[in-house]
Design a protein around this ligand. Structure first.
Ligand code: GLN
Ligand code: ZN
Length: 780
């Protein structure tokens, strides 16, 4: 029986973020196309050589992308909306980037008027399954014709071959491509286009075969989603065709991010040569897969976590795989592409030595794979030392006092139901709050952050480098904060914020002050395009040694008589934007964070805060891929929010904020959070999102965003009063707050100033109509 180690994809960004710098320099016109291509060629070569050197048997190619692999696929098959001006033939790099990030044309982006000139907006962007990677949503039209505009997978295969490295090209499968695509107009299902798309894939497979590729990896992650009969049927249609196209080119159908579950039988039945299953997310599907898989189907077993950064106990994995390897051909690999983990742990110099020994990034995962491969082919004795080292570190981690904090575990055990409930119901709290906090109708506020100007960022980095003393940095932040408070008073906002100038990031800022969190220097992961993030690593029980935000709140409140909101990031968001522990359930870590935030909420109240906002920007993002798992997730997510928000008296007003827009199917959970006020993103949807709140008869107060902060445009007063009228058609006047869609940290003051002045004017206009109504009533 043959046993091979196989990688599904390697991070494309470069150890030192070379791709980001090359792209941004190209975009700004500092370097030319040749320079960009050159960096890309070098990155690919480095990655292939690294995998070769690590002894990976099956090395992927075409996992590289300048921006996004879904966009690559759209471009490759000619799914290029008319607006981008492509007619036929090869698609040039600038058209590709226009689809990824929009093009400015000749207009000035910041002139404050709506787009004009030849600029084209980017395609829509959305999250890649439940990862923090974002892909460009392909658009297909009803008359869509597909054509093969490039043969990048073939080119890259040759490029590796020229280096003496045989690779397995990776392509995104046709069913996943169409299922992720958007129909324009929305009068048909993209999947209906499958018969038109398949010939393009056939042509590509023929070319790969002519190039003498013996295998191709076709990614079909949608196979782990809830599928309709029709969608399952699409798989069978597609792979009947593709498997026949070139019989000597074997297809490894890769599924990941979850178990195949009810799709397993149908997928395992496809006439492909290999099937990859994710055994990290769904370890239990192995038995079932073994049962249904044809004897000659090469099973690729995803046993190394492609989504997380922990070293594993390799010995246990070998024990599990040995009997399987004796009975059939297998590959062992990561659960999914390694795109979602940082590249190399060796770059980290500042981590705690124990923690460092518990981690494995992409490069280290290749080592783990190689040990697994050798252990399975040559027997455990051949890798005795490596296995015992791995077992030793996993055992050390499990029992480490750095991980286990009995105090935290005691607090968790002490959580009771009363701690998850505000003292009184909303109606009573509301009456008490409106006595305590005198606000006009349609109160105005903002979401928290003000522009992170170049000066703010420079001061922070100077301070981090030691070039700016603590005292000077503090003085600088105080000055910024004071100016922000003064300015908010001046323009007449009702509820003020301190501006978040002291924060680098809404999660990192808290993580750095909590126990159980670690931060890296170089562990970047692609979020989208040239944007990379360094997620915190939660390695141990979480607690809050000291108050985190009270000092800044106190300072800001001391400057004004208007209420200043305390500003916190919620437990679910902190969890969802971090690498989490794999030794306890996510819900458990979330509960620990919730208790820590709860302490902060209580301390803010003690300090005198009458309003505290707890942002849950990423609550919806955490939704499981399968519908049947939603309730469990939402139950504990909501419980954690309530746990952190319920330590205060009725008079204290709890706000929350959520960025995204799709509330319809989670509105019950949003209501169950029982925040006194929620602010949401609604301006671009013309308030249609409020329908969910209206239909649900959502009782608490809401600030539907009236100002789209994603655009440099300054909205006119009338646009905002129009939006507010739409909101008033859906919600009661006394429910409504007036605020922007989200925080303003990415905007410039030149944009924010006039926009908020207009926003305040819009609220005042509304109030004056109310006053008229009152007079009318009084006079009648
Ligand atoms: N308070 C945060 C801010 O204004 C909220 C941001 C968010 O939810 N993304 O920046
Ligand atoms: Zn937001």
């Amino acid at each position: 029986m043959t046993i091979k180690t196989a990688n599904l994809g390697f991070p494309r960004i470069g150890r030192h973020r070379e791709l980001k710098f090359a792209l941004e320099s190209y975009w700004s016109g500092k370097t030319d196309r040749a320079a960009l291509l050159d960096v890309a060629t070098r990155l690919r070569a480095d990655n292939w050589r690294l995998q070769q050197q690590k002894g990976t048997d099956v090395i992927p190619s075409n996992d590289f992308s300048f921006y996004d692999h879904v966009l690559d696929t759209a471009v490759m098959v000619g799914a290029i909306p008319r607006a981008y001006g492509w007619k036929s033939g090869p698609v040039d790099l600038d058209t590709y980037f226009a689809m990824g990030r929009g093009s400015q044309g000749d207009s000035h982006a910041n002139c404050g008027h709506s787009r004009h000139g030849d600029g084209v907006p980017a395609l829509e962007m959305t999250k890649w399954f439940d990862t923090n990677y974002h892909y460009m949503v392909p658009e297909v039209s009803d008359g869509q014709d597909f054509t093969l505009t490039s043969q990048k997978p073939v080119d890259h295969f040759f490029e590796a071959k020229a280096l003496g490295i045989a690779t397995r090209p990776v392509i995104l499968g046709p069913v996943t491509f169409l299922k992720l695509a958007k129909a324009r107009p929305a009068t048909f299902k993209p999947l209906d286009l499958l018969p038109k798309l398949l010939p393009i894939y056939e042509e590509l497979l023929r070319r790969l075969s002519a190039a003498r590729a013996d295998w191709v990896q076709i990614d079909e992650p949608v196979a782990v989603l809830d599928l309709t009969e029709g969608e399952r049927h699409a798989f069978s249609v597609a792979y009947k065709v593709l498997a026949k196209t070139v019989p000597n080119l074997k297809i490894m159908l890769a599924t990941y991010f979850g178990g195949l579950a009810d799709n397993l039988a149908a997928i395992a039945d496809l006439p492909v040569a290999g099937l990859h299953v994710d055994l990290v997310r769904a370890p239990d599907q192995l038995d079932e897969a073994l049962k249904v898989a044809r004897k000659d189907l090469v099973l690729s077993l995803g046993v190394i976590d492609g989504r997380n950064i922990w070293r594993v106990d390799l010995s246990a994995i070998i024990d599990r795989l040995e009997p399987i390897a004796a009975a059939r051909d297998i590959e062992v690999g990561p659960s999914c592409s390694l795109l979602h983990v940082p590249i190399d742990l060796e770059l980290e110099t500042g981590l705690d030595a124990d923690l460092q020994s518990w981690l494995a990034f992409a490069t280290q995962k290749l080592d783990e794979l190689s040990i697994l491969g050798r252990g399975l082919t040559q027997g455990k004795d051949a890798v005795r030392a490596e296995l015992s080292a791995a077992s030793k570190t996993t055992a050390a981690r499990a029992s480490s006092p750095k991980v286990n904090d009995p105090l935290v575990q005691g607090h968790i055990a002490g959580v009771n139901d009363a701690m998850k409930r505000r003292k009184s119901a909303f109606a009573e709290r509301r009456a008490i709050q409106s006595e305590a906090i005198r606000l006009p109708p349609f109160p105005t506020t903002t979401i928290g952050s003000f522009p992170q100007t170049p000066e703010v960022r420079k001061a922070r980095s100077d301070h981090a480098k030691g070039a700016l003393s603590y005292m000077d940095y503090e003085a600088f932040l105080r000055k910024e904060t004071e100016a922000a408070i003064r300015w908010q008073e001046e323009i007449g906002l009702d509820v003020l914020v301190h501006g978040e100038f002291e924060r680098n990031d809404m999660v990192q800022y808290f993580g750095e002050q909590l126990s159980g969190f670690a931060f890296t220097q170089h562990a970047w992961v692609q979020s989208y395009g040239s944007r990379y993030v360094r997620p915190p690593i939660i390695f141990g029980d979480v607690s809050r040694p000291n108050p985190m935000t009270v000092r800044w709140w106190q300072y800001s409140q001391s400057l004004t008589d208007k209420p200043v909101k305390g500003m916190l990031t919620g437990p679910v968001t902190i969890l969802n934007w971090s690498f989490v522990r794999d030794d306890i359930p996510r819900s458990e870590t979330c509960r620990q964070i919730a208790l820590a935030i709860r302490d902060e909420v209580v301390d803010l109240e003690k300090a005198g805060a009458s309003m505290i906002q707890i942002d849950e920007a990423a609550l919806r993002e955490g939704l499981p891929l399968r519908h049947k798992d939603w309730k469990t997730y939402l139950d504990w997510a909501v419980e954690c929010f309530r746990l952190c928000a319920s330590g205060v008296a009725d008079r204290t007003q709890i706000h929350t904020h959520m960025c995204y827009s799709e509330f319809n199917n989670i509105i019950g959970a949003i209501a169950a959070m029982d925040a006194d006020v929620i602010s949401i993103e609604t301006s671009r949807s013309k308030m249609e999102l409020l329908d969910a709140f209206r239909n649900y008869k959502y009782p608490n107060e809401i600030g539907p965003g009236v100002y789209d902060i994603h655009s440099p445009r300054v909205p006119e007063v009338k646009e905002m009063t129009d939006l507010l009228s739409l909101a008033r058609q859906r919600l009661a006047d006394d429910q409504l707050w007036v605020n922007p869609d989200c925080g303003l940290k990415t905007r410039k003051w030149e944009e924010v100033r006039p926009a908020l002045v207009n926003m305040v004017a819009a609220a005042r206009e509304l109030r004056s109509t109310l006053a008229h109504d009152d007079q009318r009533i009084a006079g009648a």
